[in-house]
Design a protein around this ligand. Structure first.
Ligand code: TYM
Length: 332
């Protein structure tokens, strides 16, 4: 059996450079080594309020982005979460083995939901369980994600282990794949915070669909550290973040990059970083816009068909092990 990877992104707001460098970039690399499934997780999007029409558009746009970054639909399965009902069905079963205290500990929930707990949806609290269902449904070996998903992956592993122990062997226990470089790209506005889709400051992230002017303007406004030296240094998080983006886009080593900028100033670094980013984004955006509706429909239809077929046996097994799925009918 080839090893399998599963990952996904939410079709909320717009994808940024952090999503690409921390996650999607690795999906593209790993798809040739693993059997791969990439999901547009639109059910997760509803954990915060959504305009249904906008969500439907963003769902298609994100699938286009997957294709345009280089996910090959001949090699990988691309699909939309809500097209495979087994995700929600398994999430319910897993809900019943998850403890409230486990979800209460999730830092993402603490950041997003705690502030206004009274108005927060139960869905937001339960978000990590649906994510566990996404992963466990496909007997996934490896989950390529950014560092912010690490705690959700730990919960997924705990739930798989607990379910297997209590009901019998059902799920493979997956490992996270978190890259050594780029797992946490920071905000351009505040290098102590990660670059985030929900950041209210538009200058904090470079969006994958930003035009060249916006890219130049945002890098120009990016905060820097005191001093003038351009080198990788954890004590200088703003410059290190800019250099990390440069490193991942140019595939140069830190030594080469530090030598290249040795006698140059911050303004020069920002201008060159804008150039390499625009060189990456321009052909990528042309691909996003070049995918026809018919092509996209065909890819998503065959993707969801394949995903439904792969998910079925695991959902059946989980239900049967829990005394469901017809196992209550006499003689079965
Ligand atoms: P989402 O949509 O927030 O982000 C998609 C991916 O981008 C990564 N990422 C980052 N990486 C580096 N630096 C950053 N600043 C940065 N911001 C985001 C995320 O870690 C993620 O890999 N819960 C997931 C979606 C999901 C999922 C799954 C992922 C649902 N089910 C099953 C894997 C497997 C999320 O909200 O991603």
């Amino acid at each position: 059996m080839p090893k399998r990877i599963f990952s996904g992104a939410q079709p909320t707001n717009q994808l940024h450079l952090g999503n690409y460098l921390g996650a999607l970039r690795n999906w593209v690399e790993l798809q040739h080594e693993y059997e791969s499934l990439f999901c547009v997780v639109n059910l997760h999007a509803h954990t915060i309020q959504q305009d249904p029409k906008v969500l439907a558009e963003k769902t298609r746009e994100l699938a286009r982005i997957y294709l345009a970054v280089g996910i090959d639909p001949q090699v990988s399965t691309i699909f939309v979460q809500s097209d495979v009902p087994a995700h929600a069905e398994l999430a319910w079963l897993l809900n019943c083995v998850t403890r409230m205290s486990e979800l209460d500990r999730m830092t993402q929930f603490k950041e997003k939901g705690r502030k206004q707990r009274e108005n927060t949806s139960v869905g937001l609290f339960d978000y990590p369980v649906l994510m566990a269902a996404d992963i466990l449904l496909y007997q996934t070996d490896l989950v390529p994600v950014g560092e912010d998903q690490k705690q959700h992956l730990e919960l997924t592993r705990d739930l798989a282990i607990r379910f297997n122990r209590d009901f019998g062997e059902t799920f493979r226990v997956p490992d996270p794949f978190i890259p050594k470089v780029g797992a946490r790209i920071m905000s351009l506005h505040d290098p102590t915070k990660k670059m985030s889709k929900s950041d209210e400051n538009p200058n904090s992230s470079i969006l994958l669909l930003d035009d060249a002017d916006a890219v130049r303007r945002k890098f120009k406004r990016a905060v820097t550290d005191s001093g003038t030296e351009i080198r990788f240094d954890p004590a200088r998080p703003a410059i290190t973040n800019l250099l990390t983006i440069y490193q991942l886009l140019t595939k140069q080593t830190p030594e080469e990059i530090e030598a290249h900028f040795a006698d140059k100033g911050y303004g020069h670094l920002k201008a060159e970083l804008a150039d390499v980013t625009i060189d990456f984004l321009t052909p990528f955006q042309a691909r996003v816009h070049g995918i026809s509706d018919e092509e996209l429909d065909a890819i998503l239809n065959s993707g969801s068909e394949r995903a439904r077929a792969l998910a079925r046996p695991t959902l059946d097994a989980a239900q049967a092990h829990m005394g469901l799925h017809g196992s209550h009918i006499a003689g079965r």
